[in-house]
Design a protein around this ligand. Structure first.
Ligand code: GDP
Length: 209
């Protein structure tokens, strides 16, 4: 595990565009509420409770930033979508916040889209794929809770999602993941390290988008 991933700490919870950190590079995590996004972030960072569940109404309006050792490299926890008790107006606000974020975020070098391996490619997931494609953003799908499927079912799901991506978004990738069993964690970490340029010697360079 790369040392910078070990050094993650809470940076800021931003509710407005003017609160977003400036410069550096970051990878954002998106997913439906309760999909296992917090658990995935915690597993990737080898922490128990750094990322908290998005399953509360207040969390739908904030983008959480974690600094990786230094604030010039960050992971970003986007609010989970689809919390049942959230009123329609808040869902609209969610869309505006995410869209504003994605629209003009030069430091954003990659998006990790968390899908439930038992129910991949839901409407929200499709929307995120379209957005990432539109904004030319590299994207990795983590098919999480893979431990809840039999091995052959998990492989079939992965192949289905890969085939869907290949036909519509050929640059996007997908892999199986389990926060509880650790499956796919090392592979996903490698992608974070590559996107964030953590192996590159120079510091302080601008984002690559
Ligand atoms: P979030 O709302 O997307 O952040 O979801 P959480 O990370 O809070 O996870 C929602 C629920 O799914 C919790 O009860 C987790 O324990 C469970 N969960 C998350 N990831 C996994 C996984 O990989 N395997 C299993 N079996 N359960 C998981």
């Amino acid at each position: 595990m790369h040392p910078r991933l070990h050094q993650a700490q809470f940076l800021i919870a931003a509710g407005r565009p003017d609160q977003l950190p400036v410069g550096g590079r970051e990878v954002a995590f998106a997913g439906r509420s309760n999909v296992g996004k917090s658990s995935a972030i915690n597993a990737l960072l080898n922490r128990n409770k750094l990322a908290r569940t998005s399953n509360t109404p207040g969390r739908t309006q904030q983008i959480i930033f974690y600094a990786l050792g230094n604030a010039d490299r960050r992971l970003v926890d986007l609010p989970g979508y689809g919390y049942a008790k959230v009123p329609h107006a808040v869902k609209e606000q969610w869309g505006r916040l995410i869209e504003t974020y994605l629209l003009d975020r030069k430091s954003l070098v990659g998006l990790v889209l968390i899908m439930d391996a038992r129910r991949p490619m839901q409407e929200f997931d499709q929307q995120m794929l379209e957005w990432a494609d539109h904004f030319n953003l590299p994207l990795l799908v983590l098919l999480t809770k893979a431990d809840k499927l039999k091995a052959n079912e998990a492989r079939r799901t992965r192949d289905f999602v890969k085939a869907e991506l290949a036909s519509r978004f050929p640059d996007m990738r997908a892999q199986l993941f389990s926060a509880t069993k650790g499956a796919g964690v090392a592979e996903a970490r490698d992608q974070l390290v590559a996107w964030l340029g953590l192996e590159e010697p120079a510091e302080g360079e601008p984002g690559t988008r």
